[in-house]
Design a protein around this ligand. Structure first.
Ligand code: PRP
Length: 181
């Protein structure tokens, strides 16, 4: 996608992420303390690292499922179309569901997925995003839990890519192009 040279500056350390996940899991456990079996749904691909750490910290009976969505911007309009590339394996009707996302940017993806899953009549549907960029929002959506609110920076790592690279960094980093002054 780009041949521009860049470096990655650490923005949120692996230690800070782990500490925040511990806090979030306590809140999630309070919400779902009475659950029979929580279905934790990861939105591919960006959430794969976050969901792996989150479920290992959650002291609840859970199942894990995945859904892949892709969103298309349209230069002429502010609306975005979100397509489901891979649907859940299991039914969620009557189930408690937690949707796990890496980042909420314009909000279209999580907003669309939440409505889609609500239509399947889960008992409870909640969402969690590790990162939130409220300044970029195009639809009125807020996850039930957010790890960190961040400014409009180009972030990578901990599952998040830049042209499919850097997903495997253990921390959240900020891309800094080195060909500008
Ligand atoms: C990214 C990210 C979120 C979405 C957030 O996914 O993982 O799913 O964009 O953006 P939004 O709030 O503007 O909808 P991407 O389409 O890059 O796919 P990926 O998860 O496979 O990297």
């Amino acid at each position: 996608m780009t041949a521009r040279p860049y470096v990655i500056d650490e923005m949120i350390s692996a230690k800070s992420i782990a500490a925040r996940i511990e806090e979030l899991c306590k809140e999630i456990q309070r919400e779902f303390h009475d659950t029979n079996k929580l279905v934790v749904v990861g939105l591919l691909r960006g959430s794969f690292v976050f969901i792996a750490d989150l479920v290992r910290e959650l002291d609840l009976p859970i199942e894990v499922d995945f859904l892949e969505a892709s969103s298309y911007g349209d230069g002429m309009e502010s609306t975005r179309e979100v397509r489901i590339l891979k649907d859940l394996r299991g039914a969620i009707e009557g189930r408690d569901v937690l949707v796990v996302e890496d980042i909420v940017d314009t909000g279209h993806t999580l907003n669309h997925v939440t409505h889609l899953l609500e239509n399947r009549r889960p008992a409870r549907l909640k969402s969690i995003a590790l990162l939130d960029k409220p300044s970029r929002r195009e639809v009125d959506f807020k996850a039930d839990w957010t790890g960190f609110e961040i400014p409009d920076e180009f972030v990578v790592g901990y599952g998040i890519d830049f042209a499919q690279r850097n997903r495997n960094l253990p921390f959240i980093g900020k891309v800094r192009f080195t060909d500008v002054g």
